[in-house]
Design a protein around this ligand. Structure first.
Ligand SMILES: [Zn+2]
Length: 338
């Protein structure tokens, strides 16, 4: 089968590799309907994460179950499924507490930009849709595998409530999904921080009420201006840099909360600043599995359309162009069709 392999930073290739097989009785094999390139894949592509040897790429996927191991009971061949980028048994204490991305049997999916995918602990990782979904819903269902589930978690972690004022730091696919989540959870005001016209437009379509184009201290000052001088109730940090984290912390009101889902790279937080800020902080890899059934319903009902974050669709064979376009910020997010 064809699969995406990174050889070194900037060097993405499609190669023929053996098809995955059932290794454990709890595995499933799915035929990929769609997969995509994640902002976090760019950490490898840009060499910020070391690439010591060639390895497969991709952790977002939807597809049709091809084969299941002997102990799999909740999904069966022929069903269309959505799964999280982190696998989970959905039965251990961490899963029962709603933190499936800290499952004691967690594995991070890492081979999904390919024609077939092996999914461990399939019963606790995959959720089947009631029927084969219409083709135009597939992009939105694919976002649930990571970006939309992550944006949703950011909003939940930042404790967005009906009537809240919310700031979203980051206008990538996760930030834009965070705007959808904030609106769905009842935020009255959603301030999106973005300096790109096309992303501002999408943020507004998704429910942003205000756009802040300034960054750093100026961005913080602008948010304060928009929030009566005190800051926002909830801030979604969807980037993962020192600048974005400080922007998030300093844009939050005392007693407010930051949900941080950008994987931190080189972020240091001063304990005294955090202490005196009175800001609550919760983040981590999103327990997407917790939200999948609800988010699948919202997509199938037509209530949310997060698939709009895909502004580039390519055949899997052209995956290298998907990485290039995202690296050069010509595309927000690239969808790949095997
Ligand atoms: Zn678990």
């Amino acid at each position: 089968m064809r699969a995406t392999i990174i050889h070194k930073p900037g060097d993405i290739r499609i190669e023929d590799v053996p098809e995955p097989k059932i290794l454990r009785p709890t595995d499933a094999i799915i035929r990929t309907a769609a997969t995509c390139v994640c902002g976090s894949d760019l950490w490898d592509y840009r060499g910020i994460n070391p690439v010591d040897e060639p390895h497969p790429m991709g952790h977002e996927y939807v597809g049709v179950v091809e084969e299941v191991g002997g102990e799999v009971t909740s999904v069966k061949p022929g069903q269309f499924v959505v799964g999280s980028f982190a696998t989970s048994d959905n039965t251990c204490p961490n899963c029962r507490n709603g933190y499936q991305s800290s499952c004691v049997h967690r594995e991070f999916m890492s081979t999904c930009q390919a024609e077939y995918i092996r999914v461990p602990t399939a019963d606790g990782t995959l959720v089947a849709t009631p029927d084969q979904p219409a083709d135009d819903l597939i992009p939105s269902l694919l976002t649930l595998s990571d970006v939309m589930g992550t944006g949703w978690y950011a909003a939940v972690a930042a404790e967005v409530q009906p009537g809240s004022t919310v700031v979203v730091v980051g206008d990538g696919a996760v930030g834009l999904s965070g705007v959808i989540a904030a609106k769905e959870l009842g935020a009255e005001r959603v301030i999106a921080m973005s300096r790109h016209a096309s992303r501002q437009k999408l943020a507004t379509e998704f429910g942003a009420t205000d756009i802040v184009t300034e960054r750093g201290d100026e961005g913080i000052a602008r948010v304060k201006e928009l929030t009566g001088g005190i800051g926002a109730d909830s801030v979604l940090e969807c980037v993962g840099t020192q600048e974005s984290m400080l922007q998030a912390l300093r844009s939050t009101r005392p007693g407010g909360n930051v949900g941080f889902v950008g994987v931190p790279h080189g972020v240091a937080i001063d304990g005294q600043e955090l202490f005196f800020s009175h800001v609550g902080l919760r983040g981590g890899p999103a327990p997407v599995r917790r939200f999948l059934p609800d988010l699948i319903d919202r997509v199938l009902d037509g209530r949310i359309d997060p698939g709009k974050v895909f502004d580039l669709t390519l055949p899997l064979d052209e995956v290298a162009e998907g990485y290039r376009a995202m690296d050069e910020r010509r595309a927000i997010k690239a969808l790949l069709r095997p």
